[in-house]
Design a protein around this ligand. Structure first.
Ligand code: FAD
Length: 314
């Protein structure tokens, strides 16, 4: 079991859609970066974000902070050639961590329609990222310890390729077994980290991890947690994720009227969830930030993942 002091934490952001939103995100980023996350991931395609907007945030992370950036990539609408070019562009920008996703249908397109292009699943995208990376840097020269000036041939730089996991099942999958099989296939394709869809009960995640391990999955599965600040935001999250309505959280949020009180309840719920997950064996947590720092840093403070100095700068 991971103790709070050894557990990692990471954040997810989305590219801002206006100059004012960008200024506000960059201000929040200073606080998020100062907390010392394992990485910060930036969504792609979600909420209408595009390649340029995602790359701009990733570049800002690399140039203005010491945080390791992770780029989300999707399969939506790309030929092999376009997808390979895009991956090369991200690698050239210095990105070595990716979250490979199938992606959701663009607005107005139904699930059944063909919206993907040449790459049909996240697993195929994982393979393509590895292939592009291997072709780009087939080998490097490394130092030989104890022999100054000597060089040794090493195989290419390793990339981190994360994939999505669904503790309560992807809305389109027929059973949890199908989700575990998909995750195993993504690991076999070369994925080395999983990040979960959000969920509201610790047992949803802990039971899923147990079944995935029993099926032979080796990679880490980081639980995705979101402090939900209002009933309205909860509706939107459920619409996007397809998760079942967490009636107990909804009742707590609806039991108070002021936005501040509701936000406090969202943080309280996320902190209880994170604490149960860490106690149950999770070795890290991944926080969905909604591009704001206060709530997620409060959660980390509540579960003992921020040291005193960080609490002061937060
Ligand atoms: P896959 O691994 O290819 O499939 C996942 C599961 O869905 C499998 O169980 C598979 O069998 C099942 N499945 C998929 N399609 C069908 C189908 N048609 N019929 C039956 N079963 C099906 N989306 C974005 O556009 N941009 C982002 O930046 C983004 N970030 C995300 C971050 C996280 C942590 C998560 C959990 C999701 C994110 N998504 C994002 C959403 C994601 O693209 C969708 O959930 C998508 O529907 C599935 O992607 P996947 O990579 O899991 O797909």
């Amino acid at each position: 079991m991971a103790s709070a002091s050894t557990a990692t934490f990471s954040f997810e952001l989305y590219p801002p859609r206006s100059e004012a939103a960008e200024a506000s995100l960059f201000a929040s980023l200073e606080h998020l970066a100062a907390a010392g996350p394992e990485f910060i991931s930036v969504t792609y395609g979600a909420n209408g974000s595009s390649r340029e907007h995602s790359l701009a945030v990733l570049r800002h992370l690399m140039n203005s902070t010491s945080v390791h950036p992770m780029a989300h990539l999707t399969c939506v609408g790309s030929s092999y050639e376009e997808a390979s070019r895009l991956i090369r562009e991200f690698l050239d920008a210095g990105i070595t961590s990716f979250l490979a996703l199938r992606g959701d249908p663009p607005k107005g397109v139904e699930e059944g329609e063909n919206f993907l292009g040449d790459i049909g699943s996240a697993g195929e995208l994982v393979q393509l990222i590895h292939r592009v990376q291997a072709e780009r840097v087939p080998f490097t020269f490394g130092e030989v310890p104890g022999f100054p000036g000597a060089k040794r041939l090493r195989s290419g730089e390793k990339v981190t390729i994360a994939v999505a996991a669904f503790p309560n099942g992807h809305p389109r999958s027929r059973s949890v077994d199908q989700d575990i099989d998909t995750l195993l296939a993504k690991e076999a394709a070369g994925a080395n980290l999983a990040i979960s869809q959000l969920f509201f009960r610790a047992d949803d995640y802990l039971g899923f991890v147990e079944r995935a391990r029993a099926a032979g999955l080796g990679m880490r599965i980081l639980p995705g947690i979101m402090p939900v600040p209002s009933p309205r935001r909860l509706d939107r999250i459920l619409e996007l994720s397809g998760e079942a309505d967490p009636t107990e959280l909804r009742a707590r949020l609806e039991s108070v009227a002021s936005p501040e009180e509701q936000a406090r309840i969202g943080v309280e719920h996320a902190s209880e969830l994170a604490s149960d997950l860490l106690a149950g064996g999770a070795d890290g947590i991944h926080l969905y930030t909604f591009n704001q720092h206060e709530a997620v840093l409060d959660v980390l403070g509540n579960v003992g993942l921020l040291d005193t100095r960080q609490k002061e700068t937060a």
